[in-house]
Ligand binder design. Sequence first.
Ligand SMILES: NC(=O)c1ccc[n+]([C@@H]2O[C@H](COP(=O)([O-])OP(=O)(O)OC[C@H]3O[C@@H](n4cnc5c(N)ncnc54)[C@H](OP(=O)(O)O)[C@@H]3O)[C@@H](O)[C@H]2O)c1
Length: 342
Amino acid sequence: MRLILIGFGTVGQGLVEIFQQKAEQLAASYGFVPQIVAVATGTRGILHDPDGLSLDVLLQAMQAGGLQHYPDQPRLRREFSSAEQLIRTVDADVVVEVSPTNLQHAQPALTHFQAALETGKHIVTANKGPIALAYPQLRTQAQQNGLQLRFEGTVMAGTPVIATGMELLAGCQMLEARGIINGTTNYMLTSMEGGMSYEAALKQAQDLGYAEADPTADVGGWDAAGKVLILMAALFGKTVSLQELSVEGITAITADDIRAAQAAGERYKLIATVSASGGSVRPVRLPLADPLAQVMNATNAITFRTDLMGDITVIGAGAGRQQTGFALLADLLAIQRISVSK
Ligand SMILES: NC(=O)c1ccc[n+]([C@@H]2O[C@H](COP(=O)([O-])OP(=O)(O)OC[C@H]3O[C@@H](n4cnc5c(N)ncnc54)[C@H](OP(=O)(O)O)[C@@H]3O)[C@@H](O)[C@H]2O)c1
């Protein structure tokens, strides 16, 4: 499988590390032999080699500061004006899109998706923007061209919630999905339950690398809201805008609120809810018997409410280099299975 990697930061490099570690197992168990023929970054260079790029040398080049440190090869090319031009010119099977997320206009990823679909390439992504804002159109375009558009990594990294909701539970009617889909805020609420103030919990989450220096997207509920848009599209086929969601973060939750919930045998969680009638993100006091109330620290979870199977809860990591790299691998293996069965 020939791959073009768009974005070569935490997640892109995480995928390449998994390819290195598991090359033998992937070939022996699944007949899966990935070949990276091109890589694009924003500011650290673009490479194309139709003979395939060396995984070791790619990672070494990034450690040295960028793809300019990748040594010349007989058929290596570096002169591309943009990732879009790379996708349009290079022959490959799949574009793996892991450039930065933008939830206002989805660029530059949306342009990359268009280029991939117009030149007959499957797409695998962890980038929330295009899926949140344009999934129905992209899916139609992919289907019309016989292409796969897979996005497991956009919600809860490699914990399989997209595949569970869209594929494994197909045949059930999906009534609702509700969950904890932001690790930073769940970590903070757990720390506050242990007696920390909001400010101390936020500082700790930042020190551990869970929260950004500007934590607004997490604590304001907007990161979770972006994932609500994806779940709306994936599970209910609906596109809504962020403005149509009811979004409340955890900024108003105090240590006193947490203690009051504890005293009543309940626990505060930032709960995202999605159904055919809409979506929301807000702090909710859950009874301890609710499986979501037992999800602590940076762990995430989603409960799918269905007609035939009742409630099914999937619990696991919500982010991370290896965990999101795995999401991309899982999607690539799914494409491989579909291609082989044709
Ligand atoms: N990290 C996680 O745990 C996680 C989890 C789930 C989903 N995601 C999503 O996965 C994607 C990648 O995340 P990340 O953590 O790997 O981000 P990152 O470390 O910031 O890496 C982003 C990469 O994209 C490149 N890039 C920027 N603009 C580009 C452009 N116009 N064309 C091509 N490449 C471009 C960057 O290059 P420069 O450095 O040269 O600008 C960098 O190589 C994001 O959409 C993120 O939301 C991440």
